[in-house]
Ligand binder design. Structure first.
Ligand code: UDX
Length: 459
């Protein structure tokens, strides 16, 4: 190990939900591949969850990481309610509530590393502000906050006045309503995360994706003078197929013509109602396009104990027979990165979680946006109206409605069949190429990543 990297310990502290765990595991792998000592600190269940679902890297990628278990008190892990009036996964709240109790265990780890390291760099999810507080209290600690969601959205929701409003107006973008994005309990966690004592901010984005927004983002009062590293995309852009038994959907994709399949998935923690499953099924059938649909129950707080559950019993009768040869339904965890990287995949109907957006952008796959909660309504605007690599299937203003089969069919054909789709596909390909060129060498020579590494290993 180079002298400057020796004696620098990095502790990565994710928030315990898949979309958060995943981004920081990718980042940890990148840092350790540069010869840095990285501790990934999370509850045992969540370490297991994220490791077992990791995709795109060779098996050896995690071998130099130190997985440090943070004990968490027992919590209930209720089932999601797919027919709830808001889509936010409030069934995860018992886990979120107990998670704060890992703080003393994290403090123990930090103190022991502080005694033996030249510098302890703590990279914690924006929602885990106590980790930054603990890091700032060390004599040699340096806290960085990692944002799992796009900064453009954080800005857009601040309101339409001042420089943000002027920018949105100049770009012709409208902010979706804030209502129903999250629960009150979750808003309280977000509120606690403001004014964190961080030295800098890390974001899974890049200037090609959100260039117009990044400088204004860093001009917010609590971020002035702090460093910004836009280190995305963090998912590997050159995919290594997961070791072990190959998922059957990849064999199915191998048999489909190039650029012919619509992939449908609503991420790790979103569900659609029973009625909506029926309409989506009919819309897909009537569109007469090939498709691969992940129809699984949203994650519970403890996915290891609870296992995966599919929701295929909500499909219309005979649906599986009717789609024979044209489509498949996956009821378990799908290899999304490998699906997006597959040459048969043409487009992605998605809830627009930020992982899904970045993965799709970096694989050059256009999106059909169906936002459910949190940052997703804004992400849909960013993809469709700013980057123009997608269309909106279900506008956020219609979130209380069940979208009809006929409207779904129309959106699918817009991208898969009509001329407009060709233009969107071309833009998606161009953006992928530009992003890949910017991060160079499969992502490992991303200049922002190198700048961050140089900064934290400085003498
Ligand atoms: C949540 C928020 O909704 C999101 O907006 C925020 O940025 C992170 O946390 P989530 O619902 O988990 O995200 O969606 P997303 O961000 O897209 O992450 C899901 C991840 O799981 C992706 O990396 C996706 O590739 C993976 N996935 C999901 C699979 O690999 N297989 C599946 O079957 C489902």
């Amino acid at each position: 190990m180079e002298a400057s990297k020796a004696n620098v310990s990095i502790v990565v502290v994710p928030f315990p939900a898949q979309g958060h765990l995943n981004q920081l595991l990718h980042f940890s792998i990148m840092l350790s591949s540069h010869g840095l000592t990285v501790y990934y600190a999370a509850p045992r269940t969540h370490i297991h969850q994220t490791r077992s679902r990791l995709q795109g890297w060779p098996t050896s990628a995690t071998s130099s990481l130190h997985f440090h278990e943070l004990p968490i008190p027992p919590y209930t892990s209720p089932a999601p309610n797919p027919n709830s009036s808001i889509f936010f996964p409030s069934h995860l709240q018992p886990l979120f509530d107990e998670f704060k109790h890992v703080q003393p265990h994290l403090a123990n780890l930090l103190h022991s590393l502080s005694a033996t390291s030249r510098r302890v760099v703590v990279i914690s999810d924006f929602l885990v502000s106590f980790a930054a507080t603990e890091a700032a209290a060390l004599p040699n600690g340096e806290p960085y906050t990692f944002r799992c969601t796009p900064p453009s959205g954080a800005l857009a929701w601040q309101g339409e006045d001042g420089p943000v409003g002027n920018l949105l107006k100049a770009l012709g973008l409208k902010t979706p309503s804030k209502e129903d994005r999250v629960t009150e309990e979750f808003s309280a966690i977000v509120a606690r995360s403001k004014s964190t004592p961080e030295s800098g901010v890390l974001i899974n984005t890049c200037r090609l994706i959100e260039g117009d927004f990044l400088d204004i983002f860093m001009q917010q009062p609590d971020l002035i003078g702090k460093k910004l590293f836009a280190i995305g995309p963090l998912n590997p852009i050159v995919i290594t197929e997961t070791a072990g038994p190959r998922h059957r959907c990849l064999d199915w994709l191998d048999r489909q013509p190039s650029g012919s399949v619509l992939y449908i998935s609503f991420g790790s923690n979103s569900s659609i109602s029973d009625e909506q499953i029926e309409q989506l099924a009919m819309g897909l059938l009537n569109s007469d396009q090939r498709f691969l649909w992940v129809l699984r129950e949203a994650d519970r707080g403890d996915v290891i104990a609870e296992g995966e559950r599919d929701r295929q019993n909500k499909l219309p009768p005979d649906f599986i027979e009717k789609i024979e040869g044209k489509g498949i339904i996956i009821g378990d965890w799908a290899p999304q990165l490998e699906i997006l990287a597959h040459q048969a995949t043409a487009a992605f109907m998605s809830h627009c979680g930020w992982n899904s957006c970045i993965e799709s952008i970096s694989m050059g796959v256009p999106m059909l946006a169906w936002p459910m909660h949190s940052d997703q309504p804004w992400n849909a605007v960013l993809l469709s109206s700013y980057l123009k690599v997608g269309v909106v299937v279900r506008d956020w203003s219609r979130r209380k409605e069940v979208l009809l089969a006929v409207e779904i069919e129309k959106a699918v054909k817009e991208v898969m069949v009509y001329d407009k789709g060709e233009e969107i596909k071309r833009r998606a390909r161009e953006l992928k190429e530009a992003v890949r060129q910017a991060v160079g060498d499969g992502g490992s020579s991303n200049p922002e990543l190198l700048a961050f590494i140089n900064h934290i290993t400085r003498s």
